[in-house]
Write a protein that binds this ligand. Structure first.
Ligand code: VGL
Ligand code: ZN
Length: 194
C-alpha cells in the first residue's frame, strides 16, 4: 500500500471516456481497468489527509494536435463532449486542471505548449500543489507513454518527488514497448515505481 500524508498529492491524469472507454476516440487498451484501482487510492489518500487532483485533456474541435488538422492524434477529448467527461465510475473528489483548451498540444498536467510558437505556459497545477504544501506526488492515469510520463517528468523537474503507480496506468503503445520505456524514463529521472 502506498503511504499518503498531508504533503502528498494523488495526481489522476486524464481518466476520460475517450481514453478509458472502448468506444472512445483514443482508447487506451484496458484503460478502464485503472478506475477501480484509482478509486481505492482516492479513498486511501483522503483518509490520510492527502490532496487529490485531476487533469483533463481538453481540446477545441480543431487543433494541430489532431491528425485531421496536421497533428498525429485521432480526435479526442473535445471540450464538453462525452469523450472529455471523466469515466462514469471514477470518483471525482478534488479540483480539475484542464489542459489544451486554447489548442495547445502539450501532454503534461503542468504545462501547455502552443503548437504555433512552441511557447510553453504553466497550468495552475504547480501553484496549487505549492499552496497545499505538497512535496510528493503519486501519479496515476492515462496514458503512461504520453500525459502520465510528461506529468511525472515535469513533477520531478519541478522539485517534487514522484511515485508512479504501475497498476493504475495504461499505455497507448503507438510503438511496441512505449509504455515500458516511459516507466524506465521516469525511473531514471528519479521517480519510483510501485
Ligand atoms: C494523451 C495523446 C494525446 C494522454 C493526450 O492523455 O496521454 N495522449 N492527448
Ligand atoms: Zn490530447
Amino acid at each position: 500500500m502506498i503511504r499518503y500524508d498531508s504533503q502528498t498529492a494523488l495526481v489522476i491524469v486524464d481518466v476520460q471516456n475517450d481514453f478509458a472507454d472502448p468506444a472512445g476516440g483514443l482508447y487506451v487498451g484496458d484503460g478502464g481497468a485503472v478506475v477501480p484501482v484509482i478509486n481505492e487510492q482516492i479513498a486511501a489518500a483522503r483518509a490520510a489527509g492527502a490532496q487529490v487532483v485531476y487533469t483533463a485533456d481538453w481540446h477545441p474541435e480543431s487543433t494541430p494536435h489532431f491528425a485531421k488538422d496536421g497533428g498525429i492524434w485521432p480526435v479526442h477529448c473535445v471540450a464538453d463532449t462525452w469523450g472529455s467527461e471523466f469515466h462514469p465510475d471514477l470518483v471525482v473528489d478534488g479540483p480539475v486542471v484542464r489542459k489544451g483548451s486554447n489548442g495547445e498540444d502539450g501532454y503534461s498536467g503542468f504545462s501547455m505548449r502552443d503548437p504555433q510558437t512552441e511557447e510553453t505556459t504553466p497550468t495552475e497545477l504547480a501553484s496549487m500543489l505549492r499552496d497545499w504544501g505538497v512535496s510528493r506526488l503519486v501519479v496515476t492515469g492515462l496514458a503512461t507513454d504520453h500525459c502520465v510520463k510528461a506529468t511525472a517528468l515535469d513533477g520531478l523537474s519541478g522539485g517534487f518527488s514522484v511515485h508512479l503507480l504501475r497498476d493504475a496506468v495504461r499505455s497507448v503503445d503507438l510503438e511496441d514497448g512505449d509504455g515500458q520505456r516511459a516507466l524506465a524514463e521516469v525511473e531514471s529521472a528519479g521517480g519510483t515505481l510501485g
